[in-house]
Design a protein around this ligand. Structure first.
Ligand SMILES: N[C@@H](CCC(=O)N[C@@H](CS)C(=O)NCC(=O)O)C(=O)O
Length: 205
């Protein structure tokens, strides 16, 4: 299998950290695609990922899978242990619920802020919109507070155990540094959870 990714880009990191948490990072060949050099917009790469996004997982039979969560679903099926997406219907639903909340209400909102406000993103987000940036920032900050409240009484994001939802939030929170924002320093419970996740070591390359 080949995983097309961009180092330090958050969506590919979801898959890389997921594989590392399973101890299976060596099961894929990592192929770097530079977003800043617009390598993801070449015709060759678009043949794999028509909307020109990373990550893409290409299976040995040539099937190309995009969308980081869909890639993780495939990898969970191929490498079931340790389980990161739930074992029974209730656990699967709770983990997916939190993972989607984090992706839709935090991760994507923060991305809207970053893409519309950071000068580095100007070539990719045309035109940048200060209004969209402000909306994304407000939504991301609101969700950070909600997550802090949740983590005040929970060791993990979902289902009382480590899961893909922790990985998605960990990457999202860490990526906030690009806007000089460290929600884990502003919110005590989020900070306690973040330190505990760092100590697990799945983020280390
Ligand atoms: N929903 C997609 C989002 C993928 C995505 O937005 N990837 C970013 C990198 S983190 C990208 O390829 N950006 C290229 C661009 O905006 O032109 C997923 O979960 O994989």
């Amino acid at each position: 299998m080949k995983l097309y990714q961009s180092p330090k880009a958050p969506n590919p990191d979801r898959v890389v950290f997921f594989l590392r948490a399973k101890g299976k990072l060596d099961a894929v060949e990592l192929i770097d695609v530079s977003i800043m050099d617009q390598e993801h917009k070449t015709a060759e790469y678009r043949a794999l990922s028509p909307y020109a996004q990373v990550p893409t997982l290409v299976l040995d039979d040539g099937t190309a899978i995009t969308e980081s969560r869909a890639i993780c679903t495939y990898l969970e099926g191929v490498f079931p242990e340790p389980n990161l997406m739930g074992t029974d219907p209730k656990e699967k639903a709770l983990i997916e619920m939190w993972d989607r909340r984090i992706e839709l209400m935090f991760f994507i909102q923060f991305a809207g802020w970053f893409r519309n406000a950071h000068p580095m993103m100007a070539p990719l987000e045309v035109p940048q919109s200060p209004e969209a940036a402000a909306k994304g920032e407000k939504a991301a900050r609101t969700m950070a507070k909600r997550l802090d409240d949740h983590l005040a009484t929970h060791e993990f994001v979902a289902a009382d155990r480590f899961s893909i939802a922790d990985i998605t939030l960990y990457i999202g929170v860490g990526f906030c540094r690009v806007m000089q924002w460290q929600p884990q320093k502003e919110h005590e419970s989020l900070g306690r959870w973040y330190d505990a996740m760092t100590a697990r070591g799945f983020a280390k390359g």
